[in-house]
Design a binder for this molecule. Structure first.
Ligand code: SF4
Length: 251
């Protein structure tokens, strides 16, 4: 689909400006892909620090991930609690591990390093409970180090406001839109950095309800500058006049 761009296909410019604010973001430690997938699954809709603590407890309780296949969800839930939807995630984790073993004959995802990227994404998103965000995180954050962008809620919101992705709820469309615009020569580290920069921006400046547009490093190019709450506290769709060359403000 045709995507209107605030910064003409300029993910490198977005990255550079946000890097000037938040500093360079590097992958200091990459986990094996199975561990990363489990981490991604239990992280859904959960604050990072809560998810990391739950992951560390889970790893301590199940040092061999394959033993999760035999675990009762009632054993897993208190270990990962208070992640969001802990009961549901506890039920799904053994199923996820069983399916991987059934499909591959072993609990190992290293083969995804050599698969075409689209096929690797498709393979992962066919697993039960694995969406496009968890699949991309597995491919990009882990030792697989594949060049793919992890689009979480912050990345999706910022991308939508900047006009880099369609606004709305479809995570896959946001992922497809951003991947289409990424330079073909970007490696895994560049996608990793863009993810964490957009996330940091979304968490601190371009927040859901009260974006601090006056402090934003991207404000001169953002068609949604001024989006936020009005004086009564209601969310307003667009508040700041902004006309991009050849475009109407507020689009
Ligand atoms: S100008 Fe405002 S809405 Fe646009 S990216 Fe910056 S903080 Fe977000």
């Amino acid at each position: 689909m045709q995507i209107r761009l605030a910064l003409p296909s300029d993910l490198p410019a977005v990255r550079d400006r946000l890097r000037a604010v938040f500093g360079p973001q590097r992958a200091e430690h990459r986990m094996d892909p199975v561990s990363q997938l489990i981490k991604a699954v239990i992280s859904a809709r959960t604050y990072d620090e809560v998810a990391w603590a739950a992951f560390i407890r889970l790893r301590a309780a199940f040092p061999n991930w394959a033993t999760l296949t035999l675990a009762d969800p009632a054993q897993i839930e208190p270990v990962i609690d208070p992640v969001t939807f802990a009961e549901d995630k506890a039920r799904r984790l053994p199923i996820l591990i069983r399916v991987i073993i059934l499909k591959r004959g072993e609990l190992n995802l290293d083969f995804l390093k050599d698969e075409p990227l689209d096929e690797a994404m498709e393979w992962l998103t066919r697993l039960p409970g694995v969406g496009v965000k968890a699949a991309a995180a597995t491919l990009n954050f882990s030792t697989l180090a594949r060049p793919v962008l992890t689009v979480d809620t912050h990345v999706q919101r910022v991308g939508g406001r900047l006009g880099l992705t369609p606004r709305g709820g479809d995570r896959t469309l946001a992922y497809d839109g951003l991947m289409e615009q990424a330079p073909a020569d970007w490696d895994a580290d560049r996608f990793f950095e863009l993810h964490w920069l957009l996330k940091a921006h979304g968490q601190s400046i371009c927040s859901h309800f009260d974006p601090a547009c006056d402090l934003c490093a991207l404000r001169d190019a953002c068609p949604r500058i001024g989006v936020g709450r009005d004086q009564e506290g209601d969310v307003v769709a667009f508040r700041g006049p902004r006309t991009l060359p050849g475009e109407e403000a507020g689009i």
